[in-house]
Design a protein around this ligand. Structure first.
Ligand code: PLP
Length: 392
């Protein structure tokens, strides 16, 4: 097939050519005397993306799931009560992990297409006078449904109840793409991974922790080894990892962090909002709806588009793949067959998004959805044209 294959799944995302080139390197010695000169800068600059000013950040040769595991096993003990909510495949998997670790999980199940139920959290925290809840979890961006939750609202609920529980946030598909402020929001464990907003291949798990999380690690009862904070603290301090690091990915990370900082985080967030708005305008022009039930839940990194009754969304994804060399995201779990997803995060721009929208539009028509030809892409490109930065 000629031309590029278009990748619009919400992770792994497109890797910029400069990042790819930086990883095309001869192997290097991760115990070289000057290796810490390189690794220390990674920690410092990664902290800036999380907006963590007073804690630490750890880099694991794992995916985001490893960073989840590190957060849980280092700060909690078996049997600890945790407050969680489930509204999509990834919040579901996080609940599943906590249950498998023997935590006493209080799960609030809410409709998929909505997000973290801050009011219910607020009530539970107020009622918990004995402070049995040790940690509160929020999936900042539910990648399966395209829903962003209010982490600051959860912090406000904790503060209003004067509750000392730790706050965990899953930012795998949000950090580095949309506003996330670990310090301001008092997030104790913030998790992310390399393959989304960080514009890298999969293979690095990031865990950014507060001083409170580091203190909790001193008494937490879970066993841990590969994902131990203690070893990672040493890595922070010495610049040498406790085991063989993913040296190529780290070289790629250097360049990806430079790209994020050169563009500026605020500009990155603004770009994601512009791109997402174009996709939302296309969906509206098609006469379709998002899985996100209200505008307040809309994610600027991924849109899950509901297909009409009687249409299988997996067929649309299949058609885009085979007919138009374009990868869109399938529906997962409860929304399998009901939604397809367009990822609009990481290294993407207006014209790339118009390509994704064109492929989706053609595939929708091929699968019998009655959308007007050119309606979605027309709405998106007019939005992009009118909101583009004047450069001449
Ligand atoms: N959390 C969210 C919100 C995700 O989107 C994903 C993966 O897509 C994960 C967690 C799991 O991360 P990983 O696949 O990197 O282990």
């Amino acid at each position: 097939m000629a031309g590029f294959t278009q990748l619009f799944v919400p992770g792994p995302t497109n890797v910029p050519e400069v990042v790819r080139q930086a990883m095309n390197m001869p192997m290097e010695d991760m115990r070289a005397p000057d290796y810490p000169d390189f690794t220390r800068g990674l920690f410092t600059d990664l902290m800036k993306v999380f907006r963590n000013e007073t804690g630490r950040v750890f880099i694991f040769p794992s995916s985001g799931t490893g960073a989840w595991e590190s957060a849980i096993t280092n700060t909690l003990s078996p049997g600890d009560r945790v407050l969680m909510s489930r509204f999509g495949q990834f919040s579901h998997l996080w609940v599943d992990m906590c249950e498998r670790f023997g935590l006493d999980v209080d799960v609030v199940d809410v409709e998929w297409g909505t997000g973290c139920p801050v009011e219910i959290y607020a009530e539970r925290l107020l009622q918990d006078k004995e402070h049995r809840i040790k940690a509160v979890f929020v999936t900042h961006n539910e990648t399966a449904t395209g829903v962003t939750s209010d982490v600051a609202g959860v912090r406000a609920a904790l503060n209003a109840a004067k509750h000392p529980a730790l706050l965990f946030a899953d930012g795998v598909s949000s950090i580095g793409s949309i506003d996330f402020r670990q310090e301001d929001w008092g997030v104790d464990c913030a998790v992310s991974g390399s393959q989304k907003g960080f514009m890298l291949p999969p293979g690095l798990g990031f865990l950014s922790v507060s001083q409170k999380a580091l203190a909790a690690a001193k008494t937490a009862g879970h066993k841990r080894c590969y994902f131990s904070f203690e070893d990672q603290i040493r890595a922070n301090d010495t610049g040498y990892f406790p085991y063989t690091p993913a040296v190529q990915l780290l070289r790629g990370l250097r360049v990806a962090l430079d790209l994020l900082h050169e563009e500026g985080l605020e500009a990155v967030f603004e770009r994601h909002n512009r791109l997402a708005t174009g996709v939302r305008k296309a969906v509206e022009a098609w006469g379709l709806k998002l899985c996100a039930k209200e505008a307040k839940w809309n994610s600027d990194t991924v849109s899950a588009v509901l297909v009409p009754e009687g249409i299988d969304s997996a067929e649309i994804v299949r058609r885009a793949h085979y007919g138009y060399q374009t990868s869109l995201g399938v529906g997962l779990n409860k929304v399998a067959g009901k939604v397809f997803r367009i990822g609009h995060l990481g290294w993407v721009n207006d014209v790339m998004m118009c390509g994704a929208i064109s492929a989706a539009e053609m595939a929708l028509r091929d699968c019998g959805v009655k959308v007007q030809p050119g309606s979605g892409v027309g709405a998106a490109l007019e939005h992009y044209r009118l909101s583009a930065q004047p450069s001449l």
